[in-house]
Write a protein that binds this ligand. Structure first.
Ligand code: ARG
Length: 455
């Protein structure tokens, strides 16, 4: 493989630790893409003759067909995807295949392939995230005014519209897409032509290969080009944050589907049963989405640790970049799909949500606001007064809206029966018309705006 220098083969253990074909075969499409761009450029620059280029091109086509048909034999003794394709090319077209590797090294080749792969994955994840956003927007449009409890500290805070809660996730996923898009912009420089580390004496045109591969420009420094894996780290960081967001929703699904909450129901499509307890319906998909951040954060940590303290330029350590990244991307893709699936599958229980929304005097703030606006009380004083009324309601065992007027007037002589108008959860929600607030008219408008911004 390495020409004249090596006579004996590697030990079995050396071969086992060295080979990456088991996982980097996943880069085959990007490797062939990169080789085609490099070949076209070598021909245009007069480095490879037209007939030789045509022969190699034909060989690459055949390799591609063999892989697509599942006929390509990946050989561990050929180490990685680059050597496997090159070796097969030589079998197919003869020694002329060797001209393809002119002015190129596996170092710039793998950096190029991996960048292309991460870029493809970013594009696929972006589409998947947009679909998950669409699912949340659809649910918001279906339930723009259904009251549910809004929590702080997982205690009833103020009632909100179910649709408003759904749209919170649309914003989170929107930022996630923004982080992937930012990472993609910085990623989009071509390492190809950096060769081993120092560049090449051949008159190559790096701008030509860069644009053929959809990169914005060639990477400026050949040493940085072969040793940079920031793009994968940024990808994993953005992915980890996305997974965290998905896990927060997943946890809400776990809570909401429990007997204690009963806020929503999932169908058989997104639940499983128990092998011993016949009554059970478990939210396994949600639990698995809740668990995925470990993998994403683990992958980030693994790659960051590989790169920490690594001297320039390429080190074989860097071969360890791919497995965690592949695995993290697969996990994330599945978690996003499961989230979109659960959102579409989930049916809220309106009676139960309203009942929950009314528990725990959730319109106490509305009462305090009323005292401020109608009686001119300073808010702090109103807060204290309402606190006393809540205590009184609890003593009598009634919700705040059922506290009699004379009891109300104990904290403010000017209180009249119009106060009861603000104490229903519907009124509380409808009143919150400030920008970004939960009023149903806002939710409808925000859902429409989200379609414009994100879909
Ligand atoms: N399989 C290697 C990797 O994934 C390709 C680059 C090998 N380069 C080298 N100089 N040995 O990193």
């Amino acid at each position: 493989m390495w020409g004249g220098r090596f006579a004996g083969g590697p030990s079995e253990i050396m071969a086992a630790i060295n080979a990456s074909i088991g996982f980097d075969r996943r880069l085959h499409a990007q490797d062939i893409r990169g080789s085609r761009a490099h070949l076209d450029m070598l021909e245009a620059a007069g480095i490879v003759s037209a007939p030789d280029a045509a022969a190699i091109r034909g060989g690459l086509d055949r390799v591609e067909q063999e892989i697509a048909a599942g006929r390509f034999v990946f050989k561990p003794e050929l180490e990685d995807i680059h050597m496997n394709i090159e070796a097969r090319l030589a079998e197919l077209v003869g020694p002329v295949a060797g001209r393809l590797h002119t002015a190129r090294s596996r170092n710039d080749q793998v950096a190029t392939d991996f960048r292309l792969w991460v870029r493809d994955e970013i594009d696929a994840l972006d589409a998947a995230l947009a679909d998950a956003q669409a699912a949340f927007i659809e649910k918001a449009e279906a339930w723009p005014d259904l009251p549910m409890p809004g929590f702080t500290h997982l205690q009833n805070g103020q009632p909100v519209a179910f649709g408003h809660h759904m749209l919170a996730y649309v914003e989170m996923l929107g930022r996630d897409r923004g982080r992937f898009a930012d990472a993609r912009r910085r990623l989009n420089e071509s390492p190809l032509g950096a060769a081993a580390l120092a560049g090449t004496p051949f008159p190559i045109d790096r701008g030509m290969t860069a644009s053929a591969l959809g990169f914005d420009r060639p990477a400026a420094n050949s040493m940085d080009a072969v040793s940079d894996r920031d793009f994968a780290l940024e990808f994993l960081a953005a992915g980890a944050m996305t997974a965290l967001h998905l896990s927060r929703f997943a946890e809400e699904v776990v809570l909401w589907t429990s007997a204690q909450f009963r806020f929503v129901r999932l169908t058989d499509a997104f639940t499983t049963g128990s092998s011993i307890m016949p009554q059970k319906r478990n939210p396994d998909a949600a639990e698995l989405v809740r668990a995925k951040p470990g993998r994403l954060l683990g992958a980030f940590t693994a790659l960051a640790t590989v790169l920490k303290g690594l001297p320039l330029t390429y080190g074989k350590d860097m071969q360890e970049d791919k497995e965690p990244t592949f695995e993290a991307a697969d996990s994330l893709m599945l978690a996003i799909a499961a989230t979109a699936g659960m959102v579409r599958d989930m049916e809220p229980d309106p009676e139960r949500l309203r009942e929950a929304a009314e528990a725990g005097h959730p319109t106490a703030t509305d009462l305090a606001d009323w005292l401020v606006r109608r009686l001119g009380m300073p808010f702090r004083e109103a807060h204290r007064a309402v606190g006393a009324l809540v205590a009184e309601a609890d003593r009598r065992g009634v919700p705040l809206p059922q506290l009699p007027l004379d009891a109300m007037q104990a904290v403010g002589a000017g209180i009249d029966k119009s106060v009861y108008d603000v104490l229903s959860v519907e009124r509380s929600i409808a009143a919150r018309t400030s920008y970004g607030g939960t009023a149903p008219e806002n939710v409808r408008r925000a859902a429409a705006a989200a379609r414009e911004r994100f879909l």
